[in-house]
Design a protein around this ligand. Structure first.
Ligand code: TXE
Length: 475
């Protein structure tokens, strides 16, 4: 009998009403190790009723009251960091070291950040005295839906639920059916801290079934979704006719622009990370590496050498840098793109194959793969692969680099490596992406939803971060 994950509704951990379950596999071993509720519309109805009942008291508890619950939740999560990191690693295939240093700490930070931000929230007043005073009153909307993906399970799950809860909303949340475990464990912690029943409800199951039931339910006023672009479009089709508020964070095909004047060693180490962290399964990973021609040969040689040092292996081993990809189907999708790249004329410089690390022979692993020789407009360079696969391409001028960078339909993130301030200004304005990281990657400040982070090395070799308040508009 496999362990049965439960839904969390009205403060209780309960089985799905229809008692149907889905299989949950450990990607590193292929082992079927738990069962996930295959929830449906009737489970959603129950959860919405409980959230609607909980809403007035949660709203009226005020910012300090809500903050106190959330801070307690962050504290017990921090106490259990090792347990959660192990669960995340097993459920998703990612290295335990990554779950321990990135996923779970960031989940704790998400909860703490919004729990304290709400204490300092303020709004604008427009004083047209003596006749009138206009002010903006921010109020919770009621019951909201949060649907998150499998690549950063608890990290993205908490990033969605924390601001909603802190603002006084009650939440119906659904983690990915591929990675349900840490959301389930979080429900146990909500019980432990005595979070009022119905404030947070966690439903498990398939996107096309329970996910759509969440999106369609008339009692749910807003949807926050992160996942595939095609799914986002389905959700928008359901939500638009009933005028739900909608936040969609979808795919990316992010360019990395490397100029010859960059701070080389930092660039090289960071580009390895921005390519292959979490097996390349982060929507913010850079997958199209564009290099100024005068630096191209040196970069290619060093980059391939560094990538070959990355250990693909058992996620529990400390030396492992790349774990398993999320599923057998996703492994096939990635390998399919590698085959396509070769058909399109690409040359594989390293990687390209599935691997079976010792002790994980039935798991779903792919070697970190670097491909060159492809035109910027081929499918490999235009479509999101979402795996450990990058292409490298030389360019001669800024205009050419920008043309390649902006050629895709995505506009999520980009990375720029240069020491030239004027070039930085030109490129960050011309590049069509919501986030531009300059001389760094994945630095985030939760106060700016899509920050423009700049980091320059001075001639004295001291580095300092500089966050501009400018927010770029996505494509
Ligand atoms: O994600 P899905 P998939 C990209 C990546 C990947 C592709 C597909 O390219 O290969 O998307 O991945 C729920 N109504 N990203 O298919 O299906 C689903 O249950 C409501 C980028 O695994 O979009 C899960 O909880 N919900 C991405 C969540 O949506 C629905 C991260 C995401 O699953 C639904 C993941 C529906 N009709 C994949 N269909 C990123 N931006 O970080 C599915 N879901």
């Amino acid at each position: 009998m496999k362990f049965e994950i439960k839904n969390y509704i009205a403060g209780e951990l309960i089985a799905p009403i229809a008692s149907q379950y889905l299989d949950n596999f450990a990607p590193a071993t292929g082992e079927l190790y738990s069962l996930v509720p295959d929830s449906e519309a009737q489970d959603v109805a129950l959860a919405v009723e409980s959230a609607q009942r909980a809403f007035p008291a949660w709203r009226d508890l005020g910012a300090e009251g809500r903050s106190a619950y959330m801070l307690r939740l962050a504290d017990v999560l921090e106490r259990d960091i090792e347990k959660f990191a192990l669960a995340e690693s097993k459920d998703s295939g990612k290295p335990l070291s990554l779950a321990r240093t990135m996923d779970i700490p960031r989940a704790i930070q998400n909860i703490r950040f919004f729990a304290t931000a709400i204490l300092h929230a303020h709004t604008e007043t427009h004083d047209a005295s003596p006749a009138m005073l206009n002010y903006t009153l921010r109020q919770p909307i009621g019951v909201v839906g949060c649907i998150s993906p499998w690549n950063l399970p608890l990290y993205l799950f908490t990033w969605k639920i924390a601001p909603a809860l802190a603002s006084g909303n009650c939440v119906i949340a659904k983690p990915s059916e591929l990675t349900p475990m840490t959301a389930y464990l979080l429900a146990e912690l909500c019980q432990e801290i005595g979070l009022p029943a119905g404030v947070l409800n966690i439903l498990h199951g398939l996107g096309g079934k329970v996910g759509e039931a969440i999106v369609s339910h008339p009692g749910i006023k807003a949807i926050s979704f992160t996942g595939g672009t095609a799914t986002g479009s389905v959700i928008a089709r359901h939500a638009a006719p009933v005028f739900k508020k909608l936040s969609l964070e979808l795919g990316g095909k992010n360019p990395v622009l490397i100029f010859a004047d960059c701070e080389y060693d930092t660039m090289l180490a960071t580009t390895v990370r921005s390519s292959f962290t979490n097996q390349g399964q982060i929507c913010l990973c850079g997958s199209r590496i564009l290099v100024e021609r005068s630096l191209y040969e040196r970069f290619r040689q060093d980059f391939v050498q560094e990538v070959q040092k990355l250990t693909v292996g058992n996620p529990l081993h400390e030396s492992t840098r790349l774990g398993a990809v999320i599923s057998a189907g996703h492994q096939q999708k990635i390998l399919g793109y590698i085959a396509l790249a070769q058909e399109e004329g690409g040359k594989i410089l390293t990687g390209g194959k599935a691997v079976k690390p010792e002790g994980c022979e039935n798991g779903w692993f792919v070697e970190p793969t670097v491909i060159e020789g492809l035109p910027y407009d081929c499918r490999t360079n235009q479509e999101e692969i979402f795996g450990p696969v990058v292409t490298i391409q030389p360019f001669d001028t800024e205009e050419e680099a920008l043309k390649y960078a902006n050629s895709v339909r995505y506009g999520l993130a980009s990375v720029l490596w240069t020491q030239n301030l004027s070039r930085t200004q030109r490129i960050t304005q011309a590049i069509e992406s919501g986030i531009v990281w300059v001389n760094c990657w994945l630095m985030r400040d939760l106060r700016t939803p899509w920050p423009l982070a700049l980091r320059f090395k001075t001639s004295s070799k001291e580095s300092y971060p500089l966050i501009l308040s400018k927010t770029f508009c996505g494509k």
